[in-house]
Design a protein around this ligand. Structure first.
Ligand code: AMP
Length: 403
């Protein structure tokens, strides 16, 4: 399928060509037609599937088909859980609308209120916002949601995780004259997302991204068994000094991030970093230095990393394993995007084996151990996990035989 076959306006087709998209991704082919028919959309689409354009293109088409009759407030509202994601969605919205007269704006925490006022005083067609800051403006009556015709929730599962459920509900109530809703979430599993969707959507078209083989399975994944922190550091330094073009390294906490950053710098590995509570300008400049290729390594905590759009990351490295399998999937979504080859490496200590098992079950793919010459672990993998694995492998074999 081509973008022209989706019956998008020439100006939008031209923009996607400029952006280097040759054809729609599977989520785009599945979402755009029903969304253009005005249906509500409930889509499961992790980062990296092209979900942003999947909601932006039909929203823009609607705005072009039904142009604004008189000056007024925002017509399409996109809520995102994090500041970075808001900025990236805004960037994509601007790129997609560049051959049109549509006006896009963004308001997020961390930006000064004066800039927000300027943004909100325009005749915005599309507003991208984080829920907290937008709600402050609604309470102060400096933002008006009554003209909203289409409400889009990006990474709804993450918004719920971050405790924005209530505020999003209140914003939706403010936007009560809307005609269409789209909810995107990495997964549709879990009562939270299901209830949220039931409250906000009307008879939605449910769309599950089923990325084509070209779009997925491009990420090579393995793990290194680590004895302790010092061993993990030594392995990380080895990996980063050998054939890494650009890598995102995930760590558990801000404190760990600071310590690791100092260690890497002392080993002459050039790094920049993102962490939760960091002034917006610093976050933006760290991301820009990494995106431009000036610095090859970006250290991040999960809070800071969700939704970062960094194209062509060669490696995702889990210096610390995440607590949950879905976070692992989000992390590794930074690599192997849109058909590019990617690698995800996890440094795994004995106490991480539980989560490793969860990841394998969640993704349905076993992770193999690899070793680095001169840095082999002194300890073996915990035997309980090895046993469990053996047992489940025999059970599988048996059930195959009986089939
Ligand atoms: P997203 O899932 O929206 O974060 O998109 C992931 C990456 O894929 C972004 O860098 C997009 O610019 C890119 N992208 C989105 N749609 C397409 C497409 N149809 N063809 C190629 N790349 C795309």
């Amino acid at each position: 399928m081509t973008f022209e076959e989706l019956e998008l306006d020439d100006s939008l087709c031209q923009a996607v060509t400029d952006m280097g998209y040759s054809k729609p991704t599977s989520i785009q082919s599945l979402v755009i037609p029903p969304a253009m028919d005005g249906k509500d959309i409930l889509a499961s689409a992790p980062t990296g599937t092209g979900k942003t354009a999947a909601f932006l293109l039909p929203a823009c088409q609607y705005l072009l088909d039904f142009p604004r009759q008189e000056p007024g407030a925002t017509r399409v509202l996109i809520l995102t859980p994090t500041r970075e994601l808001a900025l990236q969605v805004h960037e994509q919205a601007r790129a997609i609308t560049r051959h049109t007269e549509l006006v896009c704006g963004v308001i997020t925490g961390g930006i000064n209120y004066g800039t927000d006022r300027e943004t909100l005083s325009q005749n915005l067609d599309i507003l991208v916002a984080t829920p907290g800051r937008l709600f402050e403006h609604i309470e102060k009556e400096s933002a008006d949601c009554r003209d909203i015709e289409c409400l889009i929730l990006d990474e709804a599962d993450r918004m719920l995780d971050m405790g924005f459920g209530g505020i999003v509900g209140q914003i939706a109530a403010e936007a009560r004259w809307r005609k269409q809703n789209m909810l995107f979430s990495a997964t549709l599993e879990g009562v939270g997302v299901r209830n949220f969707a039931r409250d906000l959507l009307q008879d939605p078209e449910v769309v599950e991204a089923n990325p084509s083989r070209k779009e997925k399975a491009k990420t090579h994944q393995w793990y290194h068994l680590a004895d302790d922190m010092a061993h993990k550091e030594a392995m990380l330094i080895h990996i980063l000094k050998n054939d890494i073009t650009n890598a995102v390294v995930f760590v558990k906490t801000r404190e760990r991030l600071q310590a690791l950053k100092d260690k890497l710098l002392s080993e002459h590995v050039d790094v920049c970093w993102l962490q939760g509570e960091m002034p917006q300008d610093k976050r933006n400049s760290a991301l820009a230095r990494f995106k431009s290729g000036e610095v090859p390594v970006l250290l991040a905590t999960d809070v800071a990393a969700r939704g970062i759009d960094v194209p062509n990351v060669s490696h995702v490295i889990n210096f610390d394993m995440p607590r949950k399998a879905d976070i692992y999937v989000h992390r590794i979504g930074r690599t192997g995007r849109a058909g590019a080859k990617g690698t995800a490496i996890s440094l795994v200590e004995a106490h991480d084996f539980d989560v490793l098992g969860k990841v394998e079950r969640y993704t349905g793919e076993p992770l193999k151990a690899r070793y680095i010459k001169g840095l082999r672990p002194q300890h073996k993998a915990p035997s309980t996990t090895a046993k469990k694995k053996k047992k489940s492998a025999t059970t599988k074999k048996k059930s195959k035989k009986t089939r």
